[in-house]
Write a protein that binds this ligand. Structure first.
Ligand code: XUL
Length: 533
């Protein structure tokens, strides 16, 4: 009876999910989560990251991810020996854009890890940069402009790579570090994404990258799914020699290495090339055909779905990534997700139940009260410095502020997704906050679409396990049949379907315009909000 294992290395935690797939039986056999701050406090992270020293800089220690992976595998081997022994394939999902820098000794070290010793200390000598910049970093505005200028402008960049230059994308991050620390960059033999780094640890060799995660680097030509020479030249010297290969998403990267076999009794299961949390969520929400949209309410809020291709013009806020199913996915990302909701909850001394009560006890539209809840620099729209603004909203009114932060998040998502050109009739919700019925009601009312909650709040991790299953079937000569891979795993929970209230939706039509105008006036003071619609 084969089991499949998915890992999701997100910003704040590592989750593992074991699924069982048999003719008659399909289901989740186990799920475990470690929060980095609590499990590995010695790394000194807050919500999985370290801010500073300069403004906008956000990094994580790559050794922490390695140690978390080992702890998780130890836990799985202890708690689920039967399932682990029958493991057929494994895949990694990871936060996108983050980069890990390895020196020339890394490949040999990965191949010769000593199974008598823990992993993390053996990796200390392999890093050419002790920290990994992550997607929350917003310190590379100058590098974004330089790269865009060098390739002929943001429009060309967007049409070729699927995105304009964004601060958190890996290319601008590489350019900044290569310029600031040329010697350390010179001593770097390989630059991994978080997904390929963890996959390399599993197979004991350098692993490739899939087109879903590679598209988050400002370096790949999305039409050929190869590194784009103009972007490489615009980013850093000799970059082509340091990047992993880009391969199709269902490629088998290798087998679980001797290290894990000897230390924890894992079998030599297939390891699939890793991908980002958003491409993984696409699979984990069951979006293997066009027509639906999913909203993930996690550390970041993201909205995504399959789209036919890269829009020929007008791609500003959004991104196009390679989809694990072979086509293209559209995505818009908002940095102020769970941290902003948590901030408001804490500021007014509420529990999550109190937060839900506040939503229940306030009317849709919040009597016109608005908040721009940028507790951290925002990605969409581009806001460099964290700030919170209110309009017709009393700062001391706890319940109104709770409604304001949730309405703001939903309205900004709805307003910034027109570029995808999809008519949204139903939204699938995932991510931690999708467990909250009242938040989903606001989502449904603002979008004027019914919202279905999926059986798991961690679609990225489920998506990883399902990618492992899909690639295993394909590698064994079976059909490339996504619908049958996801069947039985992703059907929305029938009991949790939140219907949009037409009266509330009507109220949001105006409020969304007011919100857009407020946002626009703050982001680009002096210009008209209609200029970019
Ligand atoms: C997507 C993005 C985030 C990260 C972390 O572009 O930056 O969603 O993947 O979740």
């Amino acid at each position: 009876m084969p089991f499949y294992l998915g890992f999701d290395a997100s910003t704040q935690s590592l989750t593992a999910m074991l699924i069982e797939v048999d003719d008659g039986r399909r289901g989740v056999a186990a799920i475990h989560t470690f929060r980095y701050d609590e499990e590995l406090p010695q790394y000194g992270t807050t919500h999985g990251a370290i801010r500073g020293p300069e403004p906008g800089v956000v990094t994580s220690p790559p050794g922490m991810w390695a140690e978390a992976l080992e702890r998780m595998i130890a836990c799985l081997a202890r708690a689920h020996p039967r399932e682990v022994a029958e493991l057929a394939a494994v895949a990694i999902s990871a936060q996108q854009h983050g980069s890990v820098y390895l020196n020339a000794g890394a490949a040999a070290r990965l191949a010769t890890l000593d199974p008598r010793l823990p992993l993390a200390p053996q990796l200390t000598p392999v890093f050419s940069r002790p920290v990994a910049p992550i997607w929350m970093d917003s310190s590379t505005t100058a590098q974004c402009e330089a790269i865009a200028r060098a390739v002929g402008g943001h429009e060309i960049l967007a049409a070729t790579t699927g995105s304009r230059a964004f601060e958190r994308f890996t290319g601008p991050q590489i350019r900044k570090w290569a310029t600031q620390e040329p010697a350390a960059y010179g001593a770097t033999a390989r630059i991994d994404l978080v997904s390929s780094f963890l996959t390399s640890l599993l197979i004991g060799a350098p692993a490739p990258i899939d087109p879903g995660d590679a598209a988050g680097m400002t370096l790949m030509d999305l039409s050929t799914r190869r590194w784009w020479p103009d972007a490489l030249h615009a980013t850093a010297i000799d970059l082509s020699t340091k990047l992993p290969a880009v391969v199709a998403s269902p490629t088998i990267a290798g087998a679980v290495s001797q290290y894990w076999q000897h230390r924890y009794g894992l079998p030599p299961a297939r390891v699939v090339v890793g991908t980002g949390d958003n491409p993984s969520s696409l699979v984990g929400t069951g979006l293997v055909a066009e027509g639906h949209i999913a909203v993930s309410l996690g550390t970041s809020n993201t909205l995504f779905g399959l789209i036919p291709g890269v829009p020929t013009s007008g791609l500003r806020d959004g991104h196009v990534f390679g989809a694990p199913t072979g086509g293209f996915m559209g995505l818009t990302c908002f940095a102020n997700g769970s941290l902003a909701r948590e901030h408001v909850r804490n500021r007014y001394g509420l529990t999550w139940d109190g937060f839900s009560d506040a939503l229940r006890n306030t009317p849709p539209g919040n009597h016109g009260g608005l908040m721009l809840p940028w507790l951290v620099p925002e990605i969409t729209p581009h806001v460099e410095r964290a700030e919170v603004r209110r309009l017709d909203l009393d700062e001391h009114d706890a319940t109104a502020n709770v409604r304001a932060v949730v309405e703001a998040q939903m309205m900004t998502m709805a307003n910034h997704t027109d570029w995808m050109g999809v008519s949204i009739r139903e939204v699938y919700a995932t991510g931690g906050a999708s467990a909250n019925h009242e938040i989903l009601q606001v989502l449904a009312d603002v979008f004027g679409a019914d919202v279905s909650r999926l059986p798991t709040t961690n679609s990225a991790c489920l998506g990883a396990a399902l990618r492992a299953r899909h690639a295993d079937v394909v590698a064994a000569g079976g059909p490339d049949d996504w619908p049958s891979v996801i069947a039985g795993f992703v059907e929305p929970t029938a009991t949790v379907r939140v219907r949009a209230d037409p009266a509330a939706t009507a109220r949001y039509v105006d409020l969304r315009r007011r919100y857009a105008a407020f946002e626009h006036a703050v982001v680009r003071p002096g210009s008209s909000p209609d200029a970019e619609q």
